[in-house]
Design a protein around this ligand. Structure first.
Ligand SMILES: Cc1ncc(COP(=O)(O)O)c(C=O)c1O
Length: 273
């Protein structure tokens, strides 16, 4: 589900400033190739590692490979503070500006450090500061990050093992994780044959009181995407794959008996086909 690194160069124009790889489902994009392209074209690499906290590419943490990396701590993510995130920057010169932007465009951080005697407005910014309470809620999870990860990976593997027979007889497709990527079980998805089959499966699962989730409408076909974006090349996979993808319930502490209910619902649906 990640971007095809072989198609990046054809998409670069004289306006291009950065490559933004999205590590979908916490599975790393091909960062060696992407960093090489960025270097040759003098572009920044800003990793969308919203789904990739505590996941690795060739042993290196997603979000820490490019010039900048963005993590999400949204309520839907592996580690959550309700709403919030983190921005990682390789070049320390960006840090000063980012610090001002997050503090409503002021140098209040310098004031708090005793480096200026009053703070004032310096540049555009907004209120990006998480509250202490939200931060404390996240901190508790970060202290248990590996246990949370292992629990999710266990559920992911259980789904995979249970649904493997359906994939072996080509009824559905299961996620692929390259050997050099250590994912974080951010999500477990299956791929149905097409949109029609997925819609029928969703109805079937809802009837079993299970809430699966279909996923994003590809950005290029969103209202803003149509207005501001360009699709480079041909849409061979993006729309088709997004229409087939269905996320199964996945969260920390998912009980085996609940997971079995989900598996049973999927299997019953396909047996009846
Ligand atoms: C791939 C991806 N990018 C960006 C975001 C946005 O993260 P946030 O809601 O923390 O801004 C999300 C999560 O919603 C995401 O899944």
């Amino acid at each position: 589900m990640n971007l095809d690194e072989n198609k990046i160069e054809a998409a670069i124009t004289k306006k291009t400033r950065a490559i933004v790889p999205v590590h979908y489902a916490g599975v790393g994009c091909e960062m060696d190739a992407i960093l090489d392209i960025a270097k040759r074209h003098n572009l920044l690499v800003i990793e969308d590692a919203a789904q990739g906290v505590n996941a690795y590419y060739k042993g290196k943490a997603l979000g820490a490979l490019g010039d900048m990396g963005c993590y999400s701590f949204h309520e839907t993510k592996n580690y959550s503070m309700g709403e919030g995130g983190a921005l990682l920057m390789r070049d320390a010169t960006y840090v000063d500006n980012a610090t001002i932007m997050r503090e409503k465009g002021t140098n209040r951080t310098l004031y708090k450090l005793g480096k200026v005697d009053k703070y004032t407005w310096i540049m555009p910014g907004s209120s990006y500061l998480p509250s202490e309470l939200n931060a404390a809620y996240l901190y508790g999870q970060l202290c248990e990050a590996d246990a949370i990860n292992e629990d999710r990976l266990h559920s992911w593997q259980r789904y995979y093992d249970e649904l493997r027979p359906l994939a072996e007889d080509k009824t559905i497709e299961l996620p692929v994780v390259p050997a050099h990527c250590k994912h974080n079980a951010h999500m477990f998805y299956i791929k149905c044959r097409d949109l029609e089959e997925r819609s029928a499966l969703i109805r079937h699962m809802l009837n079993d009181r299970i809430l699966p989730a279909s996923h994003y409408i590809p950005l290029h076909s969103a209202t803003a995407g149509l207005k501001y974006g360009v699709f480079a090349g041909e849409d061979e996979y993006t729309t088709k794959e997004s229409e087939r993808l269905l996320r199964l319930p996945m969260y920390y502490g998912l009980k085996e008996e609940d997971l079995q209910e989900v598996v049973k619902s999927v299997k019953t649906f396909y047996k009846a086909q």
